[in-house]
Design a protein around this ligand. Structure first.
Ligand code: SAM
Length: 305
């Protein structure tokens, strides 16, 4: 998968060099490129923002640098550019921006090569994720959806956000997805991008060592994960649940499954209410009823305790 991130703080994205995502980049499993929006400005001061029409507090990101940057990403990802990229190792990331056509003083402001990329027609349009508190809330289902894509582009907003006309313009060449990390406001899109790239990246085959670990995690099946423990079996007067020492894998699996329901009921009753009870097995229902759960009007419930 190729991922491009455009930001006025490319150094913010240096964390993508670390841990499993960093290793996936080194191994060529993920091709992540970070670009400095200011490279696509046309004035001496490298201006990316201006005052809002209609007045009000804060500044708004100008449309033109965004269009130039996104056109350059498209041009670079065209079949010729992609062939070049596939021929070499992924660019080493040193916290600075990666080069793009139209990126740099000699070509700043030149849209010739970039605009000739036009709208990719034969190929699937890249997806442009625009982090925004006014977007659809990112979740595991969206992470799985994005993990199926060949090319994700992230546009990190700052200030009061990006001139809406740039977003409208981008709907031509891109499948545009405004996405929120949650119902709160960050200073910029970079933190949201780090979270999304990590959540999406770990679903790409080859990024996480043991793919089975993905199947048992919270949200993989709509429930939260069961509690986990490691050695020693007794710590500061707290013993691990006896069943985990039994060696009986069927009992352990049953215990874990029930713990998932208890934890989900305690912490995320909204998720418990969303469980499709038609998918529960007979064994599930027997264990759940014995533990005080019930199915009422097709919905799984548990009295508070
Ligand atoms: N004026 C905007 C609003 O009220 O919707 C908020 C702008 S915010 C200060 C600046 C940037 O931070 C946004 O353009 C977006 O890129 C990012 N951002 C803020 N909160 C976010 C969230 N919950 N999820 C994703 N991105 C967020």
């Amino acid at each position: 998968m190729r991922i491009d991130v455009v930001s006025i703080f490319p150094e913010y994205l240096a964390a993508l060099d670390l841990s499993l995502i960093g290793k996936a980049r080194q191994d060529g499993v993920l091709d992540v490129r970070v670009h400095d929006l200011r490279s696509f400005t046309t004035d001496r001061h490298r201006t990316v923002d201006d005052t809002p029409y209609g007045g009000g507090a804060g500044m708004v990101m100008k449309a033109e640098p965004w269009a130039l940057a996104l056109e350059a990403v498209l041009a670079d990802a065209s079949p010729a550019g992609a062939a070049d990229a596939a021929g070499g190792a992924p660019a080493a990331h040193d916290g600075t921006a990666d080069a793009l056509p139209g990126d740099g003083s000699a070509t700043v402001g030149s849209t010739d090569s970039a605009s000739s990329a036009g709208t990719p027609s034969a190929r699937r349009r890249p997806t442009l994720v625009v982090p925004s508190p006014a977007g659809a809330v990112f979740d595991q289902a969206m992470a799985y959806e994005f993990a199926e894509l060949d090319h994700l582009v992230f546009a990190c907003g700052r200030y009061e956000g990006i001139d809406e006309r740039a977003i409208d313009w981008a709907r031509g060449p891109f499948d545009v997805r405004p996405v929120s990390l949650g119902d709160y406001v960050l200073n910029g899109g970079e933190v949201a991008v780090l979270a999304m790239v990590e959540a999406v990246g770990r679903l790409i085959p080859g990024v996480v060592g043991n793919p089975e670990s993905l199947l048992e995690e919270s949200h993989a099946d709509g429930l939260l994960e069961y509690p986990v423990y490691t050695k020693p079996s007794s710590w500061r007067g707290r013993d691990i649940p006896e069943v985990l020492l039994s060696g009986n894998h069927a009992r352990i699996a049953q215990w874990r499954r029930l713990e998932q329901f208890h934890r989900t009921a305690d912490r995320r009753p909204d998720l418990l209410a969303a469980v499709d009870t038609a998918t529960l097995t007979k064994a599930d229902l027997t264990a759940l009823r014995a533990a005080g759960f019930d199915v009422v009007d097709g919905m799984l419930t548990r009295p508070p305790h």
